[in-house]
Design a protein around this ligand. Sequence first.
Ligand code: HSE
Length: 348
Amino acid sequence: MASICAMRVALIGFGTVGQSLVNVLHEKEAYLKKEYGLNIELVAVSDIMKGSVMDDDGLDKVELLKLVAETGSIGAYPKGVKGLSSVETIRRSEADVVIEVAWTNLETGEPGITHIKEALRSEKHVVTSNKGPIALAYKELMNLADENNVKLLYECTVMSGTPVISMASNGLAGNRVKAFKGILNGTTNYILTKMSEGESYGSALKEAQRLGYAEAEPSADVEGWDAVGKTVILANTLMSAGLSPNMVERKGITEVTSEDVENAEDNGGVIKLIAQAWMEEERVKAKVSPELIEFDDPLANVTGAMNALTLTTEGLGDVTIIGKGAGGVETAHGILSDLLAIHRANLG
Ligand code: HSE
């Protein structure tokens, strides 16, 4: 058998996504060694609420998960350097990869932008699920990654682990994306689906919150900001658009009434919050808005919290990918696929 490579990772953020990732890494340890020749060692965890611990000899994943489940904190972890801030952790850790899964801020991108810059400057690869930094500072961060000869990967910022970015950049390589249209926000799709089944907007939103789809501040979902962030990320990655969130026309679903939803059926379709980008006079335009989607469009059948994206390509016409767009385990798998991409690139 080929030799096993070690990859040391530092985790910034230990909420739902961070904990799901540590669990997935633990459960897949033997599989990753056997199938990919990769041993992923966790060498630091830092979270503003749950505490911080760093040990370059490796942390015990099960112990960390047990501690946080039982006490809400990792402060009582028996070994390592404790109490470092996220930035100190990034600077001082000997990690090869920093995994940035701190909270998203779509207005400032912080603290994610600072975390990612620190990591790239200290020549560590970065994998992130954080939409804010990639939507707001894509070019600057990618340039910084190039200057420092490291990678910045962000598959799960859009559609969590459903591999839309790698599908477009690898599977569709050489095949220009001319436009896209998709359902990129699970919360609003869930609400609209429930409204079409007769439920009220308010109770559907509450249920979406209970199920953990909605952002901490759900106006980010229902006013369309979350979908705008994802649209910008896709447009900049797949179409070199150079967009920022304020260049995207935006309308959320707060003004969609039960009547609108019922009338849509009579008009041959369903209402969906659609994120789209297209070329107009050599420039990329983008918008997020509720639209009537006809029943024969693949997007019409995407219900509940599912996401979907149709890419209109030069050589293949329309290609649609449908899959889960939120959730801890789903996002953890997007992060894992980015870690494996770094591993493959390092193997040459
Ligand atoms: N609040 C987001 C959604 C979570 O509903 O899609 C995933 O980005």
